[in-house]
Design a binder for this molecule. Structure first.
Ligand code: AMP
Length: 273
């Protein structure tokens, strides 16, 4: 992969890169399409990274379908699929990790200890392997995008990070590979995540500035759904990811909610002067 990228770079070609865990949907493809538009070559990685899963999480059962992914990626103009094995990425005597502090402690970092260490480590490795000029991430994973931007900035990585909007299903549910876990009833219930975000947005538009009141209303709405269990709902500063006391400036309303056994995340960025 490095040799291939070196050749492209010597030819003065711009490389776009989309890291994924596969089982692709339109959300992933929107990043790939953007990359194809903006670059001379687009490289997509498919790697279900064991390092970012906790011992009780869904690494083993995470959905995988390389053939289908390959067809989808070809159809949108992907030049190369980088599809390494876990042993290639983490051979014996692997000892090096990337730890982004502070912004990894709240939100998903709280209930998924070590998750962002796994994410930052694998993405740093992928950047060194693929050598992209621009890498594309989704706003769907807002904390992840913030962590990657901070890592690239702090470690002087010579590339641009682009964060693309969240693609949603008709009923507003954010597209996710994990939606495949939901049974038909749960799938219907899952629309409540986005509904609660819209309720929050509406409240801010009507002048509500107290995050607690917004979060309480969101909790009420979500708790009405039988199969739901809230992991967190937080309103944070969009840049620092620290909870805000008042709705002002660029803020992120972020949540993680279990629908049945499936943990889903979503968020909405809003700005208020
Ligand atoms: P994943 O395969 O879940 O690791 O996601 C790979 C990339 O696609 C990440 O940058 C995600 O944020 C992005 N992504 C996932 N779902 C969506 C979506 N619904 N809309 C836009 N981007 C997404």
């Amino acid at each position: 992969m490095q040799k291939y990228s070196n050749r492209l770079r010597i030819q003065g070609k711009r490389i776009g890169f989309v890291p994924t865990m596969g089982y692709l949907h339109e959300g992933h493809l929107s990043l790939v399409r953007r990359s194809v538009k903006e670059n001379d070559a687009t490289i997509v990685s498919i790697f279900v990274n064991p390092m970012q899963f906790g011992p009780k999480e869904d690494f083993k059962k995470y959905p995988r379908d390389f053939k289908r992914d390959e067809e989808m990626l070809k159809a949108v103009g992907t030049d190369v699929i980088f599809y390494p094995t876990a042993n290639q990425m983490y051979p014996k005597h692997y000892y090096t990790y990337v730890n982004v502090e502070n912004i990894t402690e709240g939100l998903c970092g709280k209930s998924r200890r070590g998750h962002f260490r796994g994410v930052a480590t694998v993405v740093a490795k992928l950047f060194n392997i693929v050598k992209p000029d621009i890498a594309y991430f989704g706003q769907k994973d807002a904390q992840q995008a913030t962590v990657i931007k901070k890592m690239a900035q702090n470690l002087n990585m010579d590339l641009k990070i682009r964060v693309m909007p969240t693609l949603r299903e008709q009923d507003g549910l954010a597209m996710s590979s994990r939606n495949a876990y939901l049974n038909p009833e749960e799938r219907k219930s899952a629309a409540i995540l986005y509904k609660s975000l819209l309720l929050a947005k509406q409240m801010t538009q009507k002048g509500e500035t107290n995050p607690k009141r917004i979060i309480n209303r969101m909790k009420g709405l979500i708790n009405n759904v039988d199969s739901s269990r809230i992991d967190y709902i937080e309103i944070v500063d969009a840049e620092t990811l620290q909870p805000v006391k008042k709705i002002k400036g660029e803020i992120l309303i972020a949540l993680a909610v279990y629908i049945g056994k499936t943990r889903l995340i979503d968020n909405l960025k809003i700005s208020r002067r």
